[in-house]
Design a protein around this ligand. Structure first.
Ligand code: GAL
Length: 681
């Protein structure tokens, strides 16, 4: 049987739970799926007890029967390891496998993901069940790949069990070797936190001030990531022994406190994402003036692409969000299921699996709708699915094409996590990252996220004409060198305030700021300040254009002959002082902006750096539409996605063939509300 994500086709699938339904329903469900265009089902991720109903008692017939039937019906299967939901017999007998709250209360059976990654007992049970699943099922011809667990760190990304204390100490001992080194790295002399033995160290506990020691906290997040990666590696190592040739290993989701790049690089064939754009409309968090709503998922897809350039969607929204305890959102409107599918494809996913085939009439997720409602009757969503399948037949040539932007937003895990620990850093980071996304979307500039880790080379950065690295507070000599090489070779780097002010431990550097970035940016920061609440009207004048300067200001001074002051503060305590410095460095330039980014000031950067509206000569589109381009050889596939409910007009600069409707179009073209066009250029 053929594979998914091999660059030759776009495939659709669904998530199916044979254990939720009477066996007599399986066959007709599979036949109906096939008739609607579904070629793959993902199963078993919560079904431990179907194979090991009691400790040490194994029964394989249930999934044997399902797999045989799937094979007979020509359905391919992604099989999952069931470790996200340990059985009741296990947690009752071995409570040490449970996660705990920060105060040490155990998190009990009755929901999901209640385990901790570090319990040796849980690891042993998991190794055993994965071995059993893999040795028994992996040879089955219906299986094409494996999903490990389900959504690592979903719902909870903090771990406070006794096993975590023990593992944290081990992690720290590996890292620092001696308790003296640990004391140094965490600055424990402050407030008399000095340890005399590793046994005195704990994962964060309740403390008297707002937070625990920030350097401990940062290492704790690194430790959680390390725990997830080693838990996944334990499973991947077992699966690999049994995989058939060509079968893949993946996992799904994308949650906090995980170095997903490492997770993927070390263990997976590719990553899969779970895309629920209607979270943008969840009643709880709904903000009527939020301009992007379901477009935030483009940002998540951009992040997934960074983790795994080849990726699929394991769970694509097909019905309303709804747990019976939270997260209510409307049913996707006609066209939205198609729009969101195309959003995933536009960003590079060639495998789209809908969550879920049938809506479950019981349990916490009884209002989380799938394609079919409780009765299974014919409905609008399965009709839309058939339509999607028909449209995808016209889009097959897009498979394997690559999203190729000219701009990247640079990140690294040290700064992402430090921004969680450090309130100041977090404010800047959120402000600038959100603004960058909105401005890039509205100016129709495609972008990648690039995470700087040891594997990234200047050659890989060279394809971007502009890098935004909004607030690299933590800077390492290695990353600084990489940025130097990028700029020297002709790149343009834009950074914001607080650049270079910390080291890897999260200590403030005792150099003049911007620390390691001083040479590259030709900038000195003699002074800085948070904006006071009554100073929100401070502006920066850049050749007559007034830019906002929210949250924070670095007062700047140029150093060296190649550094030019481009803009100065107007108002505030640094009125008249430099606010933006451009430094020529080799063949490129750096731009040090002394403040944070907002939507309008990013747009000015994009325009002045000549990267706004890169496809304007070919297609002009309103702000409610996203532009995304996938490239294959000399051909560009230009996706235009209308997130608004009203029809809009798109203007083509040249006649182009539109793949969904299979016709030539030119001039002014009407695009329906939630409509999608895919042009071949
Ligand atoms: C995902 C998860 C699924 C299901 C779905 C809807 O996060 O992987 O198992 O829970 O959300 O809530």
């Amino acid at each position: 049987m053929g594979q998914v994500l091999d660059g030759t086709n776009i495939t659709i699938g669904t998530c199916y739970y044979p254990e939720h339904w009477g066996r007599e329903m399986w066959e007709s469900d599979l036949c109906r799926m096939k008739e609607a265009g579904i070629e793959v089902v993902r199963i078993a991720e919560f079904a431990w007890s179907k194979v090991e109903p009691r400790e040490g008692e194994y029964t394989y017939g249930f999934f044997d029967d399902f797999l045989d039937l799937a094979q007979a019906k020509g359905m391919r299967v992604i099989f999952s390891t069931p470790t996200a939901t340990p059985p009741a017999w296990l947690t009752e007998e071995y409570p040490e496998v449970l996660n705990a709250t920060r105060d040490g209360d155990l998190i009990r059976h009755g929901s999901r993901r209640h385990y901790n990654y570090n319990s040796p007992v849980y690891r042993e049970f998991c190794a055993n069940i994965v071995e059993r699943f893999a040795s028994h099922y992996a040879g089955h011809p219906a299986i094409i790949g494996w999903q490990i667990d389900n959504e690592f760190n979903c719902e909870n990304w903090e771990f406070y069990s006794e096993s975590d204390n023990v593992a944290f100490r081990r992690f720290l001992k590996d890292k620092y070797k001696t308790v003296e080194k640990l004391n140094e790295a965490w600055g424990t002399v402050f407030w008399n936190q000095t340890y005399t033995a590793f046994s005195e160290v704990y994962v964060p506990r309740r403390t008297n001030t707002w937070a625990v020691n920030p350097h401990l906290h940062l290492d704790y997040i690194r430790f959680i990531s390390d725990s997830v990666c080693s838990f996944a590696a334990m499973q991947a190592d077992i699966l690999r022994k049994y995989l058939k040739e060509g079968d893949f290993i993946t996992t799904n989701g994308m949650f906090g406190h995980i170095d997903n790049h490492r997770l993927t690089r070390d263990n997976l064939s590719f990553y899969t994402y779970d895309s629920y754009p209607n979270f943008g409309y969840c009643v709880d968090g709904f903000q009527p003036d939020e301009p992007m709503k379901d477009r935030w998922w483009s940002r998540n897809l951009t992040e997934v692409r960074s983790i795994s350039p080849r990726f699929g969607i394991m769970e694509q929204q097909s019905g309303a969000n709804g747990w019976n305890v939270s997260m209510e959102a409307p049913t996707p409107r006609p066209g939205q299921m198609t729009l969101w599918t195309m959003q995933s494809i536009a960003h590079g996913a060639d495998y789209i699996s809908y969550f879920r085939w049938r809506t479950c009439p019981f349990g916490t997720e009884m209002y989380w709708h799938g394609i079919l409602d409780y009765s299974g009757r014919e409905n609008r969503r399965i009709q839309e699915l058939r339509e999607i399948h028909r449209k995808l037949a016209n889009l097959q040539e897009v498979a394997g094409a690559v999203y190729t932007p000219q701009v990247a937003v640079v990140r690294d895990y040290d700064n992402q996590w430090d921004a969680e620990v450090d309130h100041w850093h977090g404010r800047l980071q959120r402000q600038s990252e959100d603004a960058l996304f909105v401005a890039l979307q509205q100016e129709h500039v495609m972008f990648d996220y690039v995470y700087l880790d040891d594997s990234v080379t200047a050659g890989q950065l060279a394809k971007y004409s502009v890098l935004f690295y909004p607030h690299p507070e933590i800077l390492t000599p290695q990353r600084e060198k990489l940025l130097e090489q990028y700029v020297a070779a002709g790149g343009r780097l834009v950074v914001g305030c607080r650049t270079g002010q910390k080291d890897l431990r999260g200590f403030c550097v005792m150099d003049n700021l911007p620390g390691l970035a001083a040479h590259l940016t030709g900038t000195d920061v003699p002074e800085y300040s948070l904006a006071a609440p009554d100073e929100s009207d401070v502006r920066v004048d850049w050749d007559g254009v007034k830019l906002a300067a929210p949250v924070f200001w670095d007062m700047l001074a140029p150093t060296g002959a190649d550094a030019k002051v481009l803009a100065r503060y107007e108002g505030g305590c640094y009125a008249g002082e430099p606010a933006l410095i451009c430094n020529s460095f080799g063949s490129g330039e750096t731009y040090y902006f002394g403040s944070t980014f907002d939507v309008e000031n990013v747009k000015v950067f994009l325009r002045r750096l000549g990267v706004a509206e890169p496809f304007a000569a070919i297609v002009r589109l309103p702000g409610s539409c996203e532009l995304a381009v996938r490239k294959k050889g000399a051909v560009d596939y230009i996706f235009v996605l209308n997130y608004g409910k009203d029809a809009v007009t798109v203007t083509l600069g040249i006649p182009m063939f539109e793949l969904v409707g299979a016709q030539w179009e030119q001039g002014e073209v009407a695009l329906d509300g939630y409509g999608v066009k895919v042009y071949r250029h």
